[in-house]
Design a protein around this ligand. Structure first.
Ligand code: KG4
Ligand code: ZN
Length: 350
């Protein structure tokens, strides 16, 4: 089955993406990023759906050209069923269903969060894929959780955020600094020239392996309001130090619980996944722990960190080999019980 050719489609948020995978090898991974949301400081759902509808055919077309295949070569179509913005998901879902019907090939539903984690199994994602069981710090714009990955489709969430996600914290704090959306990559870039010890922000005290990011957002807001009253140019004059200090704090919060989980569960295969796993501070902290604590660290290739269809195609390939196909009556789902859907042999619930 390894020579199956699968088209993956991702449209859960503001990136329209299509990828082609043969076996575990990605042949193409095309994305159209919607710039329209930058001026609004966040994703505007109605604009996102409309942009997906404009982008989806050109993006899929490009993915086939880049992969040097034709429609008739496709063995199956995988698509993101959820979680995400419903209007965005509906565009990818409807398109995938129609194409699967017209080509008469199986349709495969994919859980977007599982895909972020299983992106580690794409052939060129890592020199070697992680070994089960491994811990995966899954950090994106919508989710932050520590997952014990026992097998491809046997995952357990042992900790998660009780309020904002880590990516959301980067984006909202960036907004306080007047940065564009998404601010995560901008903070990362500006932090490179800043002094991370310039400012100190309080870290949350939360039980178990859970996270909280709303407190740091509020303390940054109050700090900035106070400083700007004294000096209206405070942000401009200190932006690099502010970014470096905030990034350091967010990375420390993330790493502390991950380290606790590694020690207490004694699982030393440790991965990161999701958009925030692109962050250079987090990547560096992971590598330091590889040396310091003897972890075996898995950091995904940059293009498989933020939303992409390669990870969707990867999961679809794993499901294709298991013969796990979706019914053509399947519908997109924006929210569902993530815990349940991550457990073995359970399906995504509406
Ligand atoms: O996984 P993703 O592309 O979409 C979701 O599933 O949410 O993650 C997007 C999030 C955004 O909050 C963005 O600011 C953040 O990932 N992000 C970063 C970096 N690149 C993307 N955060 C910090 N540093 C980065 N380099
Ligand atoms: Zn994502």
């Amino acid at each position: 089955m390894s020579d199956s050719i699968i088209l993956g489609i991702e449209s859960s948020c503001d990136d329209t993406s299509a990828a082609v995978i043969r076996g575990n090898t990605i042949l193409s991974n095309i994305a159209a990023t919607q710039k329209i949301h930058n001026e609004y400081g966040g994703v505007v759902p109605e604009l996102a759906s409309r942009a997906h509808q404009q982008n989806i055919i050109p993006v899929v077309h490009q993915s086939l050209i880049k992969a040097n295949i034709q429609q008739k070569d496709i063995s199956a179509i995988g698509f993101t069923r959820g979680p995400g913005l419903l209007g965005s998901l509906l565009v990818g879902t409807s398109f995938a269903k129609s194409l699967s019907m017209s080509l008469n090939v199986p349709l495969i539903e994919v859980n977007h969060l599982q895909a972020h984690i299983l992106a580690h199994f794409i052939e060129d994602a890592n020199p070697h894929p992680p070994k089960f069981p491994f811990l995966c710090l899954t950090v994106s714009g919508g989710h932050t959780m520590i997952v014990v990955v026992k097998d491809y489709f046997d995952m357990e969430i042992i900790g998660k955020t009780i309020d904002d996600a880590a990516g959301e914290a980067f984006d909202k704090i960036g907004k306080i600094f007047g940065l564009d959306y998404p601010a995560g990559p901008i903070i990362d870039r500006l932090a490179k020239n800043g002094n991370e010890a310039a400012f100190t922000f309080n870290k949350p005290r939360i039980e178990n392996y859970n996270y909280s990011f709303s407190g740091i957002k509020t303390s940054v807001l109050y700090f900035i309001q106070k400083e700007v009253q004294k000096n209206p140019e405070f942000i401009t004059e200190n932006i690099e130090n502010l970014c470096a200090s905030v990034q350091k704090t967010l990375v420390e919060i993330l790493m502390k619980k991950l380290e606790k989980a590694v020690l207490e569960l004694n699982i030393k295969e440790v991965a990161i996944a999701g958009g925030v796993s692109a962050n250079s501070g987090l990547r560096e902290a992971m590598l330091k722990n590889e040396d310091r604590l003897g972890w075996k660290v898995y950091i995904p290739k940059f293009e498989y960190t933020t939303d992409n269809a390669a990870m969707i195609a990867m999961v679809a390939k794993l499901k294709f080999d298991r013969g796990e196909f979706a019914d053509l009556s399947v519908s997109a789902t924006s929210r569902y019980d993530i815990e349940e859907s991550f457990k073995k042999d359970t399906d995504i619930k509406d």
